[in-house]
Ligand binder design. Sequence first.
Ligand code: PXP
Length: 246
Amino acid sequence: MLKLGVNIDHVATLRQARYAGRERGEPDPVEAALVCEAAGAHGITAHLREDRRHILDRDVKKLRESIKTRLNLEMAATDEMVAIAIDLKPDIVCIVPERRQELTTEGGLDVVGQSEPLRGCIARLRDAGIEISVFITPDPAQIEESARVGAQFIELHTGAFAEAFHRKKERQLEMQRLIEAAELAHRLGLLVNAGHGLNTQNLSALFQVPHMVELNIGHSLISRSILVGLPTAVREMLALMQHYPS
Ligand code: PXP
């Protein structure tokens, strides 16, 4: 069964828009996470950024204490974040690139270009019992290097597919890249997650991609929740995901 990880960063973004620098504020991403779990989500994803622009240290601590499903901590491969992760012990860390100016994680991680520091960082996290995923574009060289540096999962960046969704030719090209990437990852023994830009419109097209374990979805779920409520938004997505051939 294809699993749903809900990315709650956008809940924190909304809170920070009003309550940055204060002790308390609404909406509470931890409360949102619990609502998502109660609605059937299989995991919760949060990105603790270097600049703490949305998710805060206390959010990840409270998430670790309160959620019953899997905690996926997205983070940059820095010494500060590795130390936090080892202390926090999320179930899985997804290593993402982080550039301060981007609104969200726009590109994939350059595993090929940073393989040595990544190998060290992954070894430290794995020694602490944390599973490792790397967020990469569907590029064969990046996938092969991800296996070499010791990641167990890749998360395929579906942003280009989502962007191209309404342009048929481009979409087919992106689909082909994702399909081949998932096949290659599977052959190399890597588990395949996917995420970025996924929504109820483009999801079924993505189901041509084989071997997917989990989708990480944030923006469209949180946006939809404004109109129909978070439990309904999560349940709608889960209902669609049941059609993934397993
Ligand atoms: N996966 C990763 C690694 C991300 O950084 C994000 C958020 O940028 C997502 C999935 C979720 O993307 P979205 O909010 O577009 O659903």
